[in-house]
Design a protein around this ligand. Structure first.
Ligand code: BYC
Length: 350
């Protein structure tokens, strides 16, 4: 045991990756499952606020862009659930924990999208914050998570650009369009800062996760990086960030910014944000509506297994079980892509 721990410690110390079959401390495994599952849930729930605008996109071009983006988020969720499975987590159990409120997802997706400018602002600010947070995660110590993050970050960068380009277009439009952009920026700015998590002195997991090189920067460091990156982009865009205390501090070499309302983050994380109940209800009904797809995939997998190994009873049962997992994954993928539609429908009706 001491040898295994020493080997793990050396892997971390030498900046090598921990891989699924390696021994790892229980706390490391639990932390990775928690973070990856929360991240996966965020991607899937994150399809909803924008998904509801697919049917209301102003042009064919905007619709194609938005469809591609929302579909990418489904893909991110799938890579991440797969990464969680390499740690021994069961994907259907993770989904159950999400819809029963036993696992978290990002606070940001509990705010409503009130107009098409919100699609642009989510791309610019929310995906911008996600990039700041996730680029360092490409160097995270757990191999499957770090590798998933490389592809996710490439796609997030397209997401951020499409949002910024949409906002640039709207800012060159009518005064009403400019007002829509400013209004959306006013509503999304503070929640975007909250995405980085509680301040360092109130973050129970940061010290441990930094020591294990799961996290490479603290919540406050990344929040500051995001503010510094975003201020000049706001100037080019011609919008005002809703913080009267926001100014360049030459001594620190960073922007100072006003106090974040941490009680709001606490409230939203604990289930009492503007859209928590709706987000979880939509996810739950998409999962229930997708049950028949999962059952059909399992039945198909069993049939195929029987056909390929008709005489080997045990083998075919085993193969059935194996394919069943794959089938479940495919079926969930089906359920997930259905989510966007269901979400759109449900939110449009709401
Ligand atoms: N919202 O000790 P802390 C996307 C939780 S999706 C909710 O600082 P940690 C996109 C935290 O989990 C992007 N919960 O924790 C998708 C912890 O929970 P436990 C999602 C939050 O883990 C679609 C507790 O509070 N990104 O980009 O060291 C469309 C204490 O916090 C939040 C990720 O998931 C929050 N904002 O650091 C568009 C990134 N903040 O222990 C875009 C991966 C904190 O009570 N995750 N909590 O269960 C991370 O980098 C880290 O987990 C965090 C938190 C920085 C978020």
């Amino acid at each position: 045991m001491a040898d295994l721990q020493r080997h793990f410690d050396r892997t971390i110390e030498q900046d090598r990756r921990v891989e699924p079959r390696d021994w790892m401390p229980d706390g490391y495994r639990a932390t990775m499952v928690r973070q990856i599952a929360q991240h996966a849930h965020s991607e899937i729930i994150g399809m909803q606020p924008e998904g509801e605008w697919i049917t209301r996109a102003p042009t064919l071009r905007r619709k194609a862009i938005l469809l591609a983006k929302v579909q990418d988020e489904a893909g991110h969720g799938l890579y991440l659930y797969s990464a969680a499975e390499t740690l021994g987590a069961d994907r259907s159990e993770l989904t159950a924990m999400l819809i029963e409120g036993r696992q978290k997802y990002s606070s940001i997706f509990n705010y409503p999208t009130l107009g098409y400018a919100d699609v642009g602002v989510i791309g610019w600010l929310v995906d911008g914050a996600a990039i700041c947070n996730q680029v360092p995660l490409c160097r995270s110590s757990y191999g499957p998570y770090a590798r998933a993050m490389i592809r996710i970050c490439k796609e997030e960068s397209f997401h951020q650009r499409q949002g910024y380009e949409l906002l640039l277009t709207m800012m060159k439009g009518t005064p009403a369009q400019r007002d829509m952009v400013q209004d959306a920026v006013n509503r999304w700015w503070w929640p975007s800062l909250m995405m980085f998590g509680p301040p360092d002195d109130a973050s129970p997991n940061t010290a441990r996760s930094m020591a294990w090189k799961i996290k490479r920067h603290t919540n406050d460091e990344l929040r500051q990086r995001f503010v510094d990156m975003t201020v000049p982009q706001a100037e080019v865009l011609g919008v005002t960030l809703p913080d009267p205390e926001l100014r360049w501090n030459p001594e620190r070499g960073h922007h100072d910014f006003g106090p974040v309302d941490w009680s709001e983050l606490k409230r939203v994380i604990s289930g009492d944000g503007p859209c928590n109940a709706r987000r979880v209800a939509v996810r739950r009904s998409a999962h229930e509506d997708g049950a028949w797809v999962r059952e059909a995939a399992v039945a198909h997998a069993r049939k195929t297994a029987r056909r390929t190994a008709p005489d080997a009873e045990t083998t075919s049962a085993d193969a059935g079980a194996t394919v069943m997992d794959v089938g479940t994954t495919n079926a969930d993928a089906g359920a997930t892509s259905a989510d966007a539609g269901t979400a759109a429908g449900a939110e449009a009706r709401a």
